[in-house]
Write a new protein. Structure first.
Length: 82
């Protein structure tokens, strides 16, 4: 941790990949853990549960796309220097 590949952590693609995985899997874990309670309380409005779960999936894919873009930008900048 003393020598980071980037000075700014927000420009490091691996940070975004790990953040996306942490948020997505913790969110879906909590939703799965509370599934019985959610089904009992929201019988008629279960579509909101799936909407919330799909939001986690969309955010996960969006952050992964951003990390991929940062990685591509870094690769292109490195190739220009060489």
């Amino acid at each position: 941790m003393r020598t980071l590949p980037e000075e700014d952590l927000l420009k490091f693609p691996m940070f975004w990949i790990n953040t996306a995985a942490l948020i997505f899997f913790s969110g879906t874990f909590i939703l799965s853990y509370l599934m019985d309670y959610i089904m009992a309380v929201m019988r008629d409005q279960f579509v909101h549960f799936w909407t919330f779960r799909n939001f986690f999936r969309f955010a996960f894919c969006l952050v992964l796309a951003y990390a991929g873009w940062l990685n591509l930008k870094t690769i292109r900048a490195t190739q220009r220097l060489n």
